[in-house]
Design a binder for this molecule. Sequence first.
Ligand SMILES: [Zn+2]
Length: 162
Amino acid sequence: MQLAIEEARLGQQTPGGAEVGAVLVKDGAVRCAGFNESEMRHDPTAHAEMVVIRRLCAEEQTSSLEGLTLYCTLQPCGMCTMACLWAGISRIVYGAGREDVHSVYFESRHNNTFDFIRDAFRSDLEIEGEVLAERCATFYARPEEPVPEKDDPAHGRTQPPG
Ligand SMILES: [Zn+2]
């Protein structure tokens, strides 16, 4: 998780990057590390988790990440959780959870990552949260804080989101 935090810091400092870090680990060895590249790549799917999954799968010419653990500074959103399921990742460990940060980082009011995993056909995906949560949460807006303009999905829209 320390390395994921370093990646989040790197993302924060990189133009077009964002402060979510992710690391893929197998048998105690780091296989891939990255941060959110959505703005940099003009790709709303380039969340940190998606970046490391795509990068490692491309490097290894595989679509299966069975046996790997994904560390992420923020609880994975629905898209990234589904990607972990499809990639066959064995374990997810995240830092700050939904309760620790503003709802702007998530897409659904009620469904959370645990619901997706509980309802999945796979029963071998483990998930653990709140690891170094306070440290990780310092990167994000808190529930009671205003949404930073760059993280506001309504920013730049002429109509309020429907
Ligand atoms: Zn995501």
